[in-house]
Design a protein. Structure first.
Length: 542
């Protein structure tokens, strides 16, 4: 991987300042389709493994020492050669392979995870050569994302690939598995690793790379194959089924196949399976969100969304109806298994699906069972023939008691609290400082994954605030914090750019956070203002 010198950093900063001064006059253009390829050049949308040869085209990556003819070795060439050879070994053992590039062409860094996210792959493996100013630096290291543990699937894949590389019959230094916040590790949805295969800056490492090239490629392939046994992307149900694309913006009802009952909005907070009449309470608009066939379901009775209670995933968790909040608990995957649909909340991580509890007809979450009829549904689109109705037992929905006390801001607070949304927060703000703005006792903040945020950590967009003296909760919006980490970084303004280039979808509180100029839309002005704030040119909170 290319390492940056202080002179290069200074040059980049000066270039960035120049770009800020002229970018308003340069129109953005959308990237080409995010396509992966087979070795023969055909387009691929599904494979066991997608290989990502780092750099390429206008970006040569790191450079090795001059050879006897005065030419310098380029990392991108080694990366591509290695990726194609690894792919050959994978295919020879019956595995399917895709590539982010198969020729010496430029692929933008942020396009690489988008290519992977646009298809179905079990493992993403980015291949690089390492480099350092000291020409004696040597060895191999494998990275996975810093947010993950060594016991995570990506952590285990990194260890397995490194273990196999070390079987190469050469003296190779084992630099271990490491974590980093590299774009290809952070933004890729499937399990992902990055392999640094010896130092291109070290002549001895280059000799090992060339002499034992076949062994290195074969061992990397073997490590990936062994990893397939435990690599299950979060969006794959039971490690076997991918979510299906049903189109978007269509109207339909969801009918429970064994009983003929339809998912019904009771008008309060819960969802039950009730006698099918296909009225507004049983009619949903399906809106496709994201790249992995995720769907938000909006009910026609009151425009609220299908929701999972408190973003829980344990057996017996109730399916609810709630105001649109943009959280994962309001997005669902649909899996076609033997002609029947199974429905899974996105946050449940590939093993929990919707189930109708026979005694009460409450709609709940339970462990997936391929032959369990209580988990099988039919999607009846508007205008389709209605299925036969089976008379169900009458079920009275439980009464939801309103909260006794509300969340309430102090008189000195500069925050706003309207419609269960907290605004006016400047990034970065710790939970400890955030809590001082409320009159309530024991204020607690959980992130979009349902995990409690420590008092010393930052409050981010999409967090939910609650307190011990009230049942009421509210969602947090931090202006400019598009990725929800509570800080304003390059990731935030790049996501704004991806939105108006139509390569990323932003909804709910994340859309509001990205609307930096508060115009009600997201465009280049929001991108420029947030980027200028990041560079210290303006203050978006002023």
């Amino acid at each position: 991987m290319k390492k940056t010198t202080s002179r290069q950093i200074l040059s980049a900063v000066l270039s960035l300042v120049f770009c800020v001064s002229v970018i308003v006059s340069i129109p953005f253009t959308a990237s080409a389709a995010y396509e992966a390829y087979a070795a023969d050049g055909s387009v691929v949308t599904e494979a066991d493994i997608i290989l990502d040869p780092g750099h390429g085209g206008e970006d040569p990556g790191a450079l090795g020492p001059d050879d006897e003819n005065g030419a310098r070795r380029e990392e991108d060439d080694d990366n591509l050669r290695l990726a194609l050879k690894v792919g050959e070994y994978l295919e020879a053992q019956g595995k399917t392979v895709a590539y982010t590039r198969i020729t010496d062409k430029t692929v933008d860094l942020y396009d690489r995870p988008l290519i992977a996210n646009s298809g179905n792959y079990k493992i993403f493996c980015s291949l690089h050569r390492n480099s350092y100013d000291n020409p004696t630096a040597t060895g191999v290291e494998v990275y996975y994302h810093e947010s993950l543990s060594a016991d995570s699937e990506s952590g285990r894949i990194a260890a397995k690939v490194l273990e196999n590389i070390m079987k190469t019959p050469a003296a190779i230094a084992n630099r271990g598995t490491k974590t980093a916040n590299y774009v290809v590790l952070r933004e890729t949805l499937t399990n992902s690793i990055l392999v640094e295969t010896l130092f291109i800056s070290n002549p001895d490492d280059n000799a090992v790379f060339d002499t034992y090239f076949e062994d290195l490629a074969s061992n990397i392939a073997n490590g990936l194959i062994e990893s397939l046994a435990f690599s299950t992307p979060n969006y794959m149900l039971d490690g076997r089924f991918y979510p299906v694309d049903m189109g978007t913006d269509f109207v339909a009802s969801i009918v429970h196949i064994p009983t003929g009952l339809a998912l019904t909005n009771t008008g309060e907070s819960n969802v039950i399976a009730a006698e099918a009449d296909f009225g507004d309470a049983q009619t949903w608009t399906f809106v496709k969100t994201g790249l992995k066939n995720e769907y938000k379901l909006i009910n026609h009775l009151d425009n609220r969304c299908l929701d999972t209670d408190s973003m829980r995933s344990d057996d017996g968790t109730n399916i609810m109806i709630w105001d649109d909040n943009g959280f994962d608990c309001q997005r669902f995957y649909f899996y076609d298994v033997n002609g029947n649909y199974y429905i899974a909340p996105v946050h449940c991580k590939n093993d929990r699906v919707l189930d109708v509890y026979a005694e009460t007809n409450n709609v709940q979450i339970y462990l997936f069972g391929e032959t369990n009829p209580q988990q099988q549904f039919r999607i009846v689109r508007e205008g389709e023939e209605e299925p036969p109705v089976v008379e169900p037992p009458v079920v009275e929905p439980p009464v939801v008691e309103p909260p006794v006390v509300n969340l309430e801001l102090t008189g000195e607070s500069t925050y706003t609290l309207e419609a269960f949304i907290v605004g006016g927060i400047k990034a970065p703000t710790t939970v400890e400082d955030f809590a001082l703005n409320f009159k309530n006792e024991n204020v607690k903040v959980v992130n979009a994954e349902g995990e409690e945020v420590e008092v010393s950590d930052f409050v981010g967009t999409g967090c939910v605030v609650s307190a011990s003296d009230t049942e009421e909760t509210a969602v947090v919006i931090v202006l400019g914090d598009v990725d929800g980490d509570g800080e304003l970084t390059a990731t935030d303004y790049l996501r704004i750019k991806q939105y108006f280039l139509k390569t990323m979808n932003l909804e709910g509180v994340y859309f509001t956070a990205a609307d930096v100029d508060r115009s009600g839309s997201i465009d280049g002005t929001d991108y420029m203002q947030l980027k200028s704030h990041f560079l210290g040119i303006i203050d978006i909170y002023a």
